[in-house]
Design a protein around this ligand. Sequence first.
Ligand code: GLA
Length: 728
Amino acid sequence: MIVYDAASRLFTLHTQNTTYQMKADEYGVLLHTYYGPRLSGGDLSYLIRGADRGFSPNPNETGHCRTYSLDTLPQEYSTCGVGDFRLPSLEPELTDGSHACDLRYTGFERWNGKYALEGLPAFFGGAQWQTLVIFLEDAAAHLRVELYYGVLEEHDLITRAVRILNRGKSSVRLRQAASVCLDFQRGDLEMMTFNGRHAMERCPSRAPLRPGVQGVGSIRGASSHQHNPFVILCEPACGEDYGLCWGAMLLYSGNFQAQAERSQFEDSRLVMGINPYHFCYTLSPGESFITPEAALICSPCGFGQMSRQYHRAIRTHLLRDPMAGTQKPVLVNNWEATYFDFDSEALVRLAQAAAPLGIGLFVMDDGWFGRRDSDSSSLGDWQVNSEKLPGGLEALVSRIKALGMKFGIWVEPEMVNEDSALYQAHPDWALKIPGRPCARGRSQLVLDFSRQDVREHIYGALHAILASADITYVKWDMNRSLSDVWSAALPPERQGEVYHRYVLGVYELLERFRRDFPHVLIEGCSGGGGRFDAGMLYYTPQIWCSDNTDAIDRLRIQYGTSFCYPPCTMGAHVSAVPNDQNGRVTPLETRGIAAMSGAFGYEMDLSQTTPQDRAVIQKQTADYRAYYSLIHQGDYYRLSDPFRDPLTAWAHVSQDKREALVSAVYGTVHAAPPFTALKLKGLDPAQHYQINGAGSWPGDALMQAGYPLPLPWGDYQAFQLHLCAIEE
Ligand code: GLA
């Protein structure tokens, strides 16, 4: 609900559990007055006080009043160069060389429904949404700034985006244009970020804000394995099930920055958006720039509720899954089974072993095109290697389909090897700086996706592949960071646009494929989870969570990922042991339980399994099908912290709380272990539940006192409990 009070120019946004408020003051400065647990109403600007603060300037029109300063007031969208020295949100460079902007309120619009952002991913939906647009103006620069707010009451979601319009007669260069600024009149907050590296993504890290600026970001051209465009601010006492926290997520897959500043008077500011590194976007007169969308959720009841609200909002208003409403088949991918060394016969053998085990989708990974026998050649040459696949895709696909399986394929559209016909014909299509030898990553270069002609060529080549056979799934990979960023198609003064135009180009191509092949599920991937962000999820409703398929490492990766992204978005596969990434040996049952908590599949040579293993796998695929709606539509509860606790446990609970799937994985075992009672969450305290088909367990006891787990015997034992409410 959006409430506007004309007399005090006060905007109050209510969601089910939270309230967000801002106010245009007597000078037209848009002040942020409150974001927290839901309030009945009122004007929270009474909390804002002024004092004569040394070295904090006063705007010209306040005369000689020394108690009003942009440097100390909580701002809704911070400016620069005119007296606020904290983190700026917008930094324009004008033709006179000045870097300043001073935004004043001029009006607003609101309507039912959700705004859309041209060319960018955004939450969508109809009547459940309300939109508010607030207009601000910098009179000297002739810049109009439109602050967009989308309110999804049910899920406590507030989205934000900004459109900046040059209404002047000369061009303006945007040096920074953040998506969101959030001011707090308190400095005692902590920040949680999700960090890692290739094959170990999104490990949470939490620390109190210290005076000054701290943050995370990416200048790799993708959102990155190293830091995720999702951060949390919270009270020091906030935990999984209690305390106040604020999540901020950016729907963007390129360079981002999320910074928090604790400033001199113990207030805090969070600014999040496109990373200003090598960003300089020229707006000619009449042109506008739209920032990526940010999505905020405040939870008065800890991280768990915040995550569940993000999960629900993402599932219902961001994912566009062509297979929604059906059960997606369990897949088998040949990558770890064969790497580049395969032909049709080998693939069919793998599929023959998989089909009787309840696996319905066969995915052919890297190595099927050009002369791709290793990772040093052929990216860009998207023609089937007919030595490996005689008769082409059609022949292979019909053999796979004859086994009752669907067929999927791997592509890496954004990349090119120098050893390729494409690069030989168009060396200027790769990003590189003239006169400078460019860096290779995995022996490959990055195609200049800011260019229409490059995208058009790749579109044509991949369209032909997708149209040539019955393909229902595509794995869209991206296996290096961007370096040597320079486009042969743009003049020097526009090179600061390349990173962003690259991302827009990726989005445009994904959208075209979605439109032309609406039945095809595209799974995102970037060396695993190097581009696992909400922007990609709009186009690729599931993303390969990590190249690390070790079940125990995966518990941590999936735990961190779950703070923002729902389990159904996380590609998770069972692979062979010893694990190819870390050499660990874990029981097949444990690998199944860890992977089953996402978009489930296998990544191993199933023809090499024992009859006992095959029986286990058959049960796993049957269980996954039985629990599918719990995993894909249920609420997710973290029951322990794998970075701290000896046991990792989590639960998927149906919306009506009548059914739950609890999974628990022990770490390494020790002699004479203590007994563990696992406290469950999310159940109906008044219900009694059967567990794995037996007993009658009161919901309140299971949550308050716990369920006794069997003692572990051997490393990495795992258990699954299936709870069903007993009919009274
Ligand atoms: C990346 C992916 C893997 C696999 C390889 C193929 O590393 O993350 O799953 O597809 O590329 O080259």
